[in-house]
Design a protein around this ligand. Sequence first.
Ligand SMILES: [Zn+2]
Length: 426
Amino acid sequence: MKTLLSGGTVVTMDPAIGDLARGDLLIENGVIAAVAEHIDAPDADIIDAADRIVMPGFIDNHRHTWQTAFRGAGSDWTFPQWAAAMHGTVKPHYTPEDVYTGTLLGRLEALHSGVTTLLDWYHVAQTHAHEDAAVAALNDAPARSVFCLGAGWGTDQAVDDDIRRVRSHLAAGGRTDMALGMRGPDATSIETVARELKLAQELGLRISLHIEASGTIAQLHEHGLLHETITAVHANGIGDEELRMLADAGASISISPDVELKMGFGAPMTGQALAAGLRPTLSIDDVPSAGGDVFSTMRTAFAQQRGLDGSLRSRDLLEFTTIDAAASLGLASRTGSLTPGKSADVILLRTDDLTIFPVTDPAGSIVSAGHPGLVDTVLAAGRVVKRNGSLVGVDLPALRTRLLASRDRVAAAAGVPLDGTWQPQP
Ligand SMILES: [Zn+2]
């Protein structure tokens, strides 16, 4: 089965290929077969890419997707208010059905906005049924996801059996892969951290680790526990020395600029991380507080860093959200750029829409004026999952009804108002 994306502006994010002002991209059996100014493929299905930018799908490596039913509810919250609201108030009322519905709608929204690979950082209830519901939702969304099991989140208990249990469901290399959301030494003992890290290595799991204070990275370093499979999330305010420890270990960093700036984490570490030798990646984190699309996330990170020191170029932001993010997930050989041999995770952005027209510098236009409304077509592993602005084969009216019912039920059980007056008390 062959598909030819014909006559688009191709932004490959592969430095060896570069951008093509007008180019074709051939997909065979879900894999990118060729990228060139002109490709003859008489037996291929043709997708006309005129007036479209063709680029790799975005990669979000940190999103707590289960919270989708409360999208926007916490736009004004601080981090302690968010924790009191989501973990302290509504989470205890989440059933597996609520986790399934929130995760599925959240994954579909990300896909709708051009996110072809999403790491779902799971930290809702720790029962097998809740975990399995999240995995089922990711499996039901037609694109690559990584289920990041926040094992033991909020406790200091040993959770090795559960990590092994989920791993047995999610073999490496499938459409839904698994990662480990690890607790740091600030949340559990260093012995537990060491044991879980060893287990993750044994099971071939990448690791995502929230860093909320200086000293955590140094402690891991001191115990020989920093590894290239680790992505440090946030890490606001940590010093250059700890950033260099991450860089020297080959680890990566995930920055959630909107959440960090709005909720009181401190300044995003984009420029400091770069200076220390890390390639930053970007993530959404929490949709109760921040929009779910990567375009606005890139713009916040860009404006914040430019405001500080004038550094960064538009293309840096595109790298953070494609090829660098793929590397952070151990997927750089499989996705993140339009390189022949990689999975055909491709998005087509409208360039004739008045909000972006005319496009002179594609990378600059995507970063400065891009938005989800431009995402015309999405292919995930070569399969068309969005076409002409609409998700394919998804019964959105039914899913919306289901999500509203979930939100209303959880809110009623938790006793929280849905009229904009919810002010959680930390
Ligand atoms: Zn997080």
